[in-house]
Write a new protein. Structure first.
Length: 431
């Protein structure tokens, strides 16, 4: 480094005393890394990446974001990074057919955009083809917020990408809840393709893409060998140093011949039962016949589904509505605590339930007048398996095991996912 460069870096350190000043002055820059088609090398989009002031301790994202979080201003930084990316793309003349990928922190989704940045939101909605990126970690941390974010993005005509898929096995089960238009393979899959778990991950991703029409994008392509590996994994798009490093948007590419396609949004509930808040029983019974049975007869069915949630190779999501906390018997508590050790997500909903009724299990309290208080639901969604028991209490008095329910059992993946989403929207962040 030259003496003049040393002095510039020293000046930056002196100018920015702390992370608060960096945020106050909006001293974050945006660089853009190209996303290309692997068959033609045509640029179809860019990922916006944020950097702190050059030469400061907060230049790298690995330092910038933790510092903002420690200062209690992570949501503000997230808004800043996203909006400055919109601003630079608009000023740089990015064509509306070129996708702009931006990352999202779940915390920011529950806060308002800072007033000085808000004026760029509407132009971005009108003139940019934004793809909101969310990670498995973010979905698990605040599933309700992320589902809302995905719905909001789609209502603006934007897309959704699921990032770092394969870094954690639980991402495979959470993927269909995000219903991404683009699935981004974690770079470790491309760099270490011969690990035994990679084939399992790729099979699950290809299965999801085949069902949904989503596009597979491989990250971290740095060599021709990585490119060959990405193609063999079914990736249609790629990102990495092989195609170009992240830099300022100086000269946007021509409009691609075929813009990145978005997949149809998932149906939360069939039109016949569309309502303010349809329950799993509403959703499933609208498309499947129901039967009558006692709790004694339904218990083995629920326990079978719970057993499917113990898969440690491909951890699933388990969502349960048990009406009242008293139905969480000691045996059930032990079973759910064991499942929570490895499952992608375990959540229980009941009237007056605490935030963590069982170690590792997310709790959601239902209002006394919530229709879910009259339902018993056990829903399991894994990368390949999906099953749901939905039952409505008929209000019988008498012995517990003789209580009758109208119920339906389904293994139709689309129907199971619709029922699961209706519960997951009610699950709020713990902690």
């Amino acid at each position: 480094m030259t003496r003049s460069a040393d002095l510039r870096h020293l000046d930056t350190r002196i100018r920015f005393r702390d992370i608060g000043q960096v945020l106050d002055e909006r001293a974050v820059t945006t660089v853009f890394q190209p996303l290309v088609r692997l068959d033609s090398y045509e640029v179809v989009g860019y990922e916006a990446l944020s950097r702190g002031p050059v030469g400061s301790p907060w230049y790298a994202p690995s330092a910038l974001f933790p510092a903002a979080q420690a200062a209690g201003r992570l949501a503000e930084l997230d808004w800043m990074c996203r909006v400055l990316a919109y601003q630079q793309a608009l000023r740089g003349g990015l064509d509306q057919s070129v996708a702009l990928f931006v990352n999202t922190e779940p915390l920011a989704l529950r806060t308002e955009c800072p007033p000085d940045l808000a004026r760029w939101l509407e132009p971005a909605r009108r003139h940019l083809r934004v793809v909101t990126e969310m990670t498995e970690r973010a979905v698990a941390a605040d599933p309700s917020a992320l589902l809302t974010a995905a719905a909001t993005a789609r209502s603006s005509g934007w897309g959704v990408a699921f990032d770092d898929v394969g870094a954690n096995p639980s991402s495979l089960a959470l993927m269909p809840f995000v219903h991404p238009d683009v699935v981004k393979l974690d770079m470790h899959l491309v760099h270490h393709p011969h690990r035994p778990e990679v084939a399992r991950v790729i099979n699950a991703i290809v299965a999801y893409a085949e069902r949904s029409g989503a596009t597979i994008l491989a990250e971290g392509i740095e060599t021709s060998a990585h490119l060959d590996t990405a193609r063999s994994m079914g990736a249609q798009l790629g990102q990495g140093w092989f195609f170009g490093r992240a830099q300022r948007l100086r000269q946007p590419p021509q409009a691609p011949g075929e813009p990145l396609a978005f997949v149809p949004a998932p149906e939360t509930a069939p039109p016949a039962v569309r309502a303010e808040a349809p329950t799993p029983f509403d959703i499933v019974s609208a498309q499947r016949p129901t039967s009558l049975s006692t709790k004694r007869m339904l218990l083995p069915l629920s326990q079978y589904l719970e057993a499917k949630a113990t898969d440690r190779t491909e951890p699933p999501v388990l969502l349960t509505c048990c009406q009242q906390p008293r139905h969480l018997t000691p045996a059930t508590v032990r079973r759910y605590a064991d499942i929570a050790d490895t499952a992608a997500l375990v959540a229980v909903l009941a009237a007056g339930l605490g935030e963590e009724p069982i170690p590792g299990v997310r709790g959601a309290a239902l209002r006394a007048d919530d229709p879910l208080c009259g339902e018993w639901n056990v829903i399991v969604v894994g990368p390949h398996f999906a099953g749901a028991l939905v039952a409505r209490d008929l209000g019988d008095a008498g012995p517990e095991m003789d209580r009758r329910f109208a119920y339906a059992l389904t293994y139709d993946r689309g129907l199971v996912l619709a029922a699961a989403r209706s519960l997951l929207h009610r699950v709020v962040r713990v902690g």
